[in-house]
Design a protein around this ligand. Sequence first.
Ligand SMILES: [Zn+2]
Ligand SMILES: [Zn+2]
Length: 201
Amino acid sequence: MIAKPRKPKKCRVPECGASFVPKVSFQSWCSPDCAVVIARNKQDRQRKSLASIERREIKVRKEKLKSRADHAKEAQAVINRYVRLRDAHLGCISCDKPASWGGQWHCSHFRSVGAAAHLRFNLWNMNKSCSQCNAHLSGNIMVYRPRLVEKIGAEKVAWLECNQDLVRHEIPYLKRLKAVFTKKVKRIEQRYERGQSWVAM
Ligand SMILES: [Zn+2]
Ligand SMILES: [Zn+2]
């Protein structure tokens, strides 16, 4: 029986690409030098995928070590960002700075996180303010209140003021909150990138 002559192949080393006739069916290199290059590339790929597995494991371990307070902080950061985007077209809730003001914007809690932790993620309780009002004037609450009444109505403001619920935000809830608002923030940012105006969502 006569062996079928093998068809020529192209060397798999991209920088080489030479045509060769393989001696065995799985041969993908034209020469010993190219065989070494292929073997090295394969090792590199394996090392990289191992490193990425390790990175993932470290991330999982870190996630497990996070406390409830850590999760709350992360969720808060994302929701604060959401509020700043939601209120992008508005000026400071506590002073006369217009939306076009070029300084830093914060998210200011009407009832502070320290005094009313159960309202720390309540979207009525959170409004965009300039960094000066938020950081140096403790929210400038004398001006904040009437403007909040104008923004969301007296009933909701009264509800916020009277609310003394005891709420404990558990870790699964905080994780979900972070995930949901991360998605919302991404969607709004994409809209801005496409130059579309903000529509409440
Ligand atoms: Zn080659
Ligand atoms: Zn202000």
